[in-house]
Design a protein around this ligand. Structure first.
Ligand SMILES: [Ca+2]
Length: 417
């Protein structure tokens, strides 16, 4: 007679799922989900294999999705997902399937961020059409753009911006550690508890300045990578010698012994000094406890100082350079720290002309405020008589599913009749 049915070996049992598999992670396109096996009984060892399924509403295996993780793709949008885990041992196998995930949502969108300012092209003249480009933006597509042209007074900030500085820091922040660059190129960092919100240099503008304690206060900037002629412009209000290390000079800005601009606080009674190539002193003394407009320029053959809009000395040289990370109010922190206020520093790729410098100084009393022009809301604008003598800017507003951001062009030249 036949034997009894053959049974498995003593104590050997096939896999049995006792706690269903689960899915970790977020059901969102681009996110990776991870399967947890759940709990199983049965003779060890049990090995596990996986099959991910898409349910909309019926569930079907996703071809090739057979590992313990799954990266959600756009084809899953609006569906749910499950994972089936198959446990196998020497005796047999069994499959258990997770609950469905939440409905798959789209990838998280990132808001628009401007990476290059909009630029206005055309001639700033009554009757001549101007156009503005969108600039460059990052963020989740699609991004839509809207426009607003503005009429601006010809105050200091407008006048400086219209001369296309490489970078221009207004130092008008009320708090935080970031010194914004109006040109969006090279934001600075306020260091060591520098005092913000101090009274600024410009009588026509309420924008504030930074106040330096002469001990360790400074603002650091990345390398502007100026490899040829350049200009440095800023306003300084010196209250006394710095208190760290040697006194006698106050550093307006610099990065080492030969790349710095100093303000004499004792010996010569207030001259400016640079040492790119020997000692080059200004021919004019600056008074303490007053704002002064200071420009250093090098055109490739001659370095020059300008103080309060007027020429203040020149020196033939081919050595100047401004091509390293630098600090304002300090050159290396060891001595000659600036005590007082600094405002509106700007760097230019090239030498400012005497006329530009005179115009900048003269603009200190004017207002730079900008007013939207009614109805000027496309990417073109044709100046009218009322614009004469003013500058124009265009603000581009970028919008996507995650948010909205603005960027404003640098001002045009003053509109001519
Ligand atoms: Ca300022």
């Amino acid at each position: 007679t036949p034997t009894a049915k053959v049974t498995t070996g003593s104590g050997s049992t096939p896999p049995v799922n006792t706690g269903v598999p689960t899915i970790g992670g977020s059901a969102q396109v681009g996110q990776t989900l991870t399967a947890a096996n759940g709990t199983w009984t049965g003779t060890a060892p049990i090995s596990y294999t996986y099959q991910w399924n898409r349910c909309s509403p019926g569930c079907a295996a996703i071809p090739g999705a057979t590992t313990g993780t799954y990266t959600v793709v756009s084809a899953d949008l609006g569906a749910t997902l499950t994972v089936s885990v198959k446990g196998t041992n020497s005796v047999g196998n069994a499959t258990a399937t997770s609950a469905q995930t939440a409905t798959v949502t789209s990838a998280s969108a990132s808001p628009p961020v401007n990476t290059a300012l909009p630029a206005v092209t055309g001639t700033a003249q009554v009757g001549q059409q101007l156009s503005v480009g969108n600039g460059t933006w990052t963020g989740t597509a699609p991004i839509s753009y809207s426009y607003q042209w503005k009429r601006c007074g010809s105050g200091y900030a407008s006048t400086v911006s219209a001369d296309n500085p490489l970078s221009y820091w207004r130092l008008g922040e009320a708090s935080g550690t970031t010194a914004a660059d109006q040109q969006n190129r090279n934001a600075g960092t306020y260091l060591n508890g520098i005092t913000l919100g101090a009274a600024g240099a410009l009588t026509g503008d309420t924008d504030t300045a930074a106040s330096f304690d002469g001990s360790n206060d400074a603002v650091s900037f990345a390398n502007p990578a100026l490899t040829g002629p350049f200009s440095i412009e800023l306003w300084g209000f010196l209250t006394g010698p710095g208190s760290t290390g040697a006194t006698g000079y106050a550093t307006l800005l610099g990065y080492d012994y030969t790349h710095r601009i100093l303000w004499d606080t004792s010996g010569t009674g207030g001259k400016l000094l640079t040492q790119f190539d020997g000692s080059f002193f200004s021919t004019v003394n600056l008074s303490k406890n007053a704002w002064h407009h200071i420009v250093y320029s090098w055109d490739g053959t001659t370095e020059r100082f300008y103080i309060d809009g007027a020429a203040a000395g020149s020196h033939a040289t081919t050595k100047p350079a401004w091509n390293a990370p630098f600090t304002l109010g300090s050159y290396d922190g060891s001595d000659y720290l600036f005590k007082g206020r600094l405002d509106e520093p700007a760097l230019y790729n090239g030498a400012l002309t005497p006329t530009q410098i005179t115009n900048h100084y003269a603009a200190r009393t004017g207002s730079s405020s900008c007013t939207p022009i009614s109805g000027a809301t496309t990417n073109t604008y044709t100046p009218v008589a009322a614009d004469t003598g003013n500058t124009l800017t265009a603000t581009v507003t970028a919008t996507n599913s995650a948010g909205t951001a603005n960027a404003t062009s640098t001002p045009t030249a003053k509109v001519t009749p």
